[in-house]
Ligand binder design. Structure first.
Ligand SMILES: [Zn+2]
Length: 239
């Protein structure tokens, strides 16, 4: 067998290995596993975002509680002042009104803070609930994923002898090729899935171009590696 004929066999063996790998990748269970992995990742991202959201709100809540405490203290002090003023005969009605107004303003701030605290607490409760739900869904998905993964592993194991044989075929044929030719093949492979093309009716079967007479002559002599001038595939005799 000439080197190009061996190279053709090599290409066939490689294509068979590719086909087997793709077949293994495309089994329904493998597809299911991939889909579940994607869902699982989305769910865990969701849980993370709930958790960090809750953390932020909790910090907000702490700050609001501290603010509320300070406001209530301020209100108590104002109340004490007002009591003193009310017993003070020298205190004018204007001053009393001023003090009451300031207390009303304080009360308004207290109420609006209380409202935002309630909202914050409600948000935390519902986000925690949503996180819990997402977590439960996530555990279910994880279970399904593990089950699919187990089937995929079995499939892989069942196919292992065939895959091993195909891999060995590729290696065995590669060992019969000159390293330079194999290197050339691999370079062309980056461009085409089939770097070797048969010559049929004086045409390159890779790109369909008619080969010039000079190339045909060189090719027919059969002692060198000839590439198609158009697509650069390595040409092989069609026996
Ligand atoms: Zn060609």
């Amino acid at each position: 067998m000439t080197q190009t004929e061996i190279l053709w066999k090599y290409q066939e063996a490689e294509m068979e290995l590719d086909r087997l790998r793709k077949e293994l990748e495309a089994t329904p269970e493998r597809q299911k596993m991939k889909k579940l992995r994607k869902i699982l990742m989305e769910q865990s991202e969701k849980i993370d975002s709930f958790r960090s959201g809750v953390k932020e709100k909790e910090a907000e809540l702490d700050a609001d509680m501290a603010k509320l405490e300070a406001l209530l203290k301020e209100y108590d002090l104002e109340q004490d002042d007002l009591n003193i003023m009310m017993n003070d005969e020298e205190c004018t009605a204007e001053e009393l009104t001023e003090s009451r107004k300031s207390m009303e303003a304080l009360l308004e701030r207290v109420n609006s803070l209380k409202k935002s605290i309630t909202e914050c607490r409600e948000w935390i409760v519902s986000a925690t609930e949503a996180a819990k739900e997402a977590y439960t869904r996530g555990s279910r998905t994880k279970r399904d994923f593990e089950a699919a993964k187990a089937v995929v592993e079995t499939e892989k194991l069942e196919r292992k002898p065939v895959m091993d044989k195909a891999e060995k075929d590729v290696e065995r044929i590669a060992a019969q090729l000159s390293p330079d030719l194999l290197k050339r093949y691999k370079t062309i492979k980056k461009k085409y899935p089939n770097p070797v093309a048969k010559v049929t009716d004086n045409r390159c079967s890779g790109c369909g171009m008619s080969l010039p007479m000079a190339t045909i002559k060189k090719f027919s002599a059969g002692n060198s590696i000839i590439e198609c001038e158009n697509c650069a595939r390595i040409l092989c005799r069609d026996e």
